[in-house]
Design a protein around this ligand. Structure first.
Ligand code: KIV
Length: 272
């Protein structure tokens, strides 16, 4: 398969900023456990996001709100043990940073110290500026997240495209510039018009990683279980499915059940 992947020993936050400056696109996927992270890392992904989407795909919750800091640290530790090349970013979960900057810093420190992660991601703009600054002052790299921010789903009321109106679009541009100014190393833009994402990407020098934000940004992120087709009830327009693992796994498991019931498994060669 053709590839424009460059060889990097280890991706750092500086590598990502250089990639944007050199016009090289950044690839990012989620992972939440050792085995999947090992595959993702060795396939050449640049950034692994231990997303709070673990709340949905790993734990079966309807939203990202229930996952705890301890649970995020557990997932992050498993991923870190597998990541030899990629930069690992970990979401600060809902309720672990919104109260005040000190709480935000304590949570970020726990993630870095207890999991060995390389950086953290927080959802929001100017309302969490002081928390971001405090975390950055402690030497912890921060990735921002604007647009559709799923931790605020009950405020939005729906998962539809954000910032279609002028006022929200301008606020998003201002927030992106602020995140760059305080020192974030990258920003995720989720589910916003492609033209707006392009404008944001052109207004800042840090990488913009899009999900449902079009192609004129500096990189793309998807939830691993969605792009592998392990989930099948979720089909937003931005999602490209590279496999249909739900059906493939389901067929394999049915076949195993049949083989056990029919006494076909194990055969002579599969026993001692
Ligand atoms: O938690 C997550 O998976 C995310 C991505 C959707 C960007 O934040």
């Amino acid at each position: 398969m053709s590839t424009s992947k460059k060889e990097y020993k280890r991706i750092t936050v500086k590598t990502l900023v250089d990639m944007k400056a050199n016009g090289e696109k950044i690839s990012m996927l989620t992972a939440y456990d050792y085995t999947m992270a090992k595959i993702v890392d060795s396939a050449g992904i640049d950034v692994i996001l231990v997303g709070d989407s673990a709340s949905n795909v790993m734990a079966g919750h309807e939203t990202t709100l229930p996952i705890t800091l301890d649970q995020m640290i557990y997932h992050a530790s498993s991923v870190i043990r597998a990541a030899e090349r990629s930069l690992v970013v970990v979401d600060l979960p809902f309720g672990s940073y919104q109260s005040d900057p000190k709480e935000a810093l304590r949570s970020a420190i726990r993630i870095m110290k207890e999991s060995g992660a390389h950086s953290v991601k927080l959802e929001g703009g100017k309302e969490i500026k002081d928390s971001i600054k405090r975390i950055l002052n402690a030497g912890i790299p921060v990735m921002g997240h604007l647009g559709l921010t799923p931790q605020s789903i009950y405020k939005f009321g729906t998962y539809t495209v954000r910032a279609k109106e002028e006022e929200e679009a301008q606020r998003l541009i201002d927030d992106a510039k602020m995140l760059e100014k305080v020192g974030c190393f990258a920003i995720v833009l989720e589910k916003i018009p492609a033209a707006l994402a392009k404008e944001v990407s052109e207004s800042v020098s840090i990488p913009i990683i899009g999900i449902g934000a079009g192609n004129d940004v500096d990189g793309q992120v998807l939830v691993l279980h969605d792009m592998l087709g392990m989930t099948h009830e979720f089909h937003p327009r931005f999602l490209r499915r590279y496999l249909n693992l739900y059906d493939d796994m389901s067929n394999a498991i049915s076949q195993y059940v049949d083989d056990v019931k029919s006494r076909d498994f194990p055969n002579e060669e599969e026993q001692y």
